[in-house]
Design a protein around this ligand. Structure first.
Ligand code: AMP
Length: 420
């Protein structure tokens, strides 16, 4: 049979059997964020498209190729959120959060849309947990955000992750470095891939990020940003490192680490799982001291990260991390004979109103089939209402694990379930 409708390419349904992972990741996220004093923020799924073109960068892949842009019926150009940071900065400005005590620490959990080429761990709709701390330039805040991300992975039970750290400088030192990098590449353009030839003109820093085999020797010999940092950027980076060391967050300096957005300044970081792969980053972020200003706000230094929930769940499965089992209904209400149908429906309702989760048998299954169904759902008790129980005002309660069964007055049922 060919299905007429399927989920759009690159999107997925999150089925009930996977929800335990989602609950686990979301609950852990909200606990860790609270522990670090971050408050939750939710922004709309779509925004004015120029919010992203202006901040993420006209020349970036996200803006050039991946954004879902559309006009609404009023003719406004909107975009489905392709990343989480710019909307948070927009909200920070819109709600005057600059006048709150700084830094303002926020976290979000949101669907993200990118017209990517779908593959394992790469989708057109994915979800990110993100944290942003706005209004403070201290290196301790960079370290705090990185520690938050690291503790989150630790708390989830993931192991063998590597945290890469780099600085891409600021308005003082980066332009000079980019010139040096360009000079270096100019003589080698014939040896690099066509994408890199385009990057050379559009976004030279991204040259360092190319995954093509043929570009690796050129990247390996390229001048390092770390050697071109100005004094303040160098100090900032070494302070971030000192804070991380003080709390035993292990990091590896990676001078070729750059990120996909134009708004980053100074600190950038990524966390990778053990398997190598071009698209393997579990999460990443950095400092973006100029972003709020790009949106027309006052100078507002800030730092944050985003991490992909789908990729985290892939890792949890790969590393066989046990997650808490989803809650199951406690009681299955079974019934026998047409007269029991309505009383069974009422019993289910009464139990639920007392806070007991109930699955009610439907249709005309035999009692045996109802038992099998309860068993398949892993339910503890079956409450049976049949002709005899109706006549006596009783209920038969069967414990599925051992088949122990007793008939009780209806009024005693609740007590029995709550204190077995
Ligand atoms: P980025 O916003 O590109 O820095 O991405 C942050 C994190 O989101 C990445 O490290 C991934 O875990 C995840 N991510 C990014 N793009 C995708 C995608 N297309 N599909 C699934 N996860 C993604």
């Amino acid at each position: 049979m060919s299905l007429r409708y399927q989920a759009p390419r690159g999107t997925q349904d999150i089925l009930p059997e996977d929800q335990a992972y989602w609950d686990y990741v979301r609950d852990t996220a909200s606990r860790i964020c609270r522990l670090f004093g971050y408050e939750r923020i939710d922004t709309p799924v779509f925004e004015t498209a120029s919010l992203f073109t202006r901040t993420t960068g006209e020349a970036t892949d996200i803006v050039q190729k991946e954004m879902y842009v559309f006009r609404d019926r009023g003719g406004q150009e909107l975009a489905l959120r392709p990343e989480g940071t710019a909307p948070v900065c927009r909200a920070y400005l819109e709600h005057g959060m600059g006048s709150r005590p700084q830094p303002v620490r926020l976290w979000y959990w949101a669907p993200i849309f990118r017209y990517d080429r779908p593959q394992a761990g790469r989708y057109r709709q994915h979800h990110q947990l993100g944290a942003e701390a706005l209004g403070d330039s201290s290196p301790s805040l960079d370290a705090e955000v990185i520690e938050l991300l690291w503790r989150f992975y630790q708390e989830l039970g993931l192991s063998n992750l590597t945290l890469y750290l780099n600085s891409i400088g600021d308005g003082q030192c980066r332009p000079q470095y980019v010139e040096t990098l360009r000079r270096y590449y100019r003589d080698r353009l014939a040896h690099v891939c066509p994408d890199c030839q385009a990057r050379f003109h559009r976004s030279p820093l991204r040259l360092l990020d190319c995954k093509q085999e043929q570009c690796q020797p050129v990247i390996a010999e390229a001048p390092s940003m770390l050697e071109h940092l100005c004094g303040p950027c160098r100090d900032h980076l070494s302070e971030v490192g000192r804070y991380l060391e003080a709390v035993d967050v292990p990091y590896t300096m990676q001078p070729r680490l750059v990120r996909g957005f134009d708004y980053y300044t100074r600190t950038v970081f990524e966390v990778h799982p053990p398997e190598e792969g071009a698209q393997s980053a579990l999460g990443g972020g950095g400092r973006y001291d100029g972003l709020v200003e790009m949106l027309g706000g006052p100078p507002t230094p800030a730092v944050g990260f985003g991490t992909g929930v789908e990729r985290i769940i892939i890792q949890l499965k790969r590393q066989e991390v046990p997650v808490p089992a989803p809650g199951r209904p406690q009681v299955y209400v079974a019934w026998q004979g047409a007269e029991a149908r309505l009383p069974a429906f009422r019993l289910a309702s009464e139990l639920r109103q007392k806070g007991i989760s109930v699955l009610l048998a439907t249709g005309d299954r035999s009692l045996k089939a109802q038992m099998r169904q309860a068993d398949a759902r892993g339910i503890t008790y079956v409450a049976i209402l049949g002709p005899r129980e109706l006549q006596e005002g009783s209920i038969t309660l069967r414990r599925l694990a051992d088949g122990y069964q007793e008939t009780l007055p209806a009024s005693a049922l609740l007590q029995r379930i709550l204190s077995p």
